[in-house]
Write a protein that binds this ligand. Sequence first.
Ligand SMILES: [Fe+2]
Length: 302
Amino acid sequence: MIQELSYVGFGSPRSSDWSTYGPEIVGAMIHSRTPDGTVRLAVDDVDFRICIHPGATDELRYTGWGLANETDLHAFAEHLARRGLSLEWADAPVLRDRGVAELAWFTDPWGLRHELSWGKGATPNSFRAGRTMRGGFVTGDQGLGHIVYQVPDLAEADEFYSGVLGFRLSDRIVSDHFDVRFYHVNGRHHSLALAEAPGHIGVNHLMLEYQHMDDLGRAIDLVEKHRVPVMQTLGRHSNDLMTSTYVGTPSGFQLELGYGGLVVDDLSWIARTYRKPSFWGHRFTEAARTDPPGILTPIATV
Ligand SMILES: [Fe+2]
């Protein structure tokens, strides 16, 4: 069973910009910069969870899903093999690069690379926020945050992510121009969401949650001060109750910076359908209309 969104890796021509954007706007800590120019960011005591590799184009290179331990990883890999997925076990250089004990990866039917691992390195009391922060990020047993993919066909994607990978539906938001499914793997309301983008595959945003409202407020001040494009204004989501704003990054995808997300109890959880994504706010800005956020690649429909 997948237990958390553990880490993510992007490629980008502007990877070096994350050396300032990561700490100064978001409040992440620079864990390290590798000789090839990769910027590795930490948001807690786990050694690094966000890696931006230099590359010719903006792309999501991999999503890292964490499992509890060696036994769980091997059992899950066997389950996926029985369902017809072909997995590869990573060699020592990849294990070093991701900072995990063991890793098996596969490519999903739409070409996204998923990495399953256990034993990610951590250093107790190592996290130091990259700018003034009252606290840190909500992580721990809720993992890094959440990631939202845009998929060509929502029903097919649901069959794969829910049916094969075991993501559990939290709820749906369905309106005239909005159809999104949200999935949990731990207490976080969703670690994954899928939105339909006919003819395309890609990533819409990564969400990071602050422990304190003040740190979201500071992020909003810094976004304005440094003229970071805002994609959606401050608002509160109807399903996970997150108060958040969506901002542009140097690398095509957007970050949802949030506070106060809902924790779910899987034993008693009942999935609902909502008609509106937000109680208030989350208005799309002019920047979002002229340059729609997310990294989308055209894909041939099967
Ligand atoms: Fe989100």
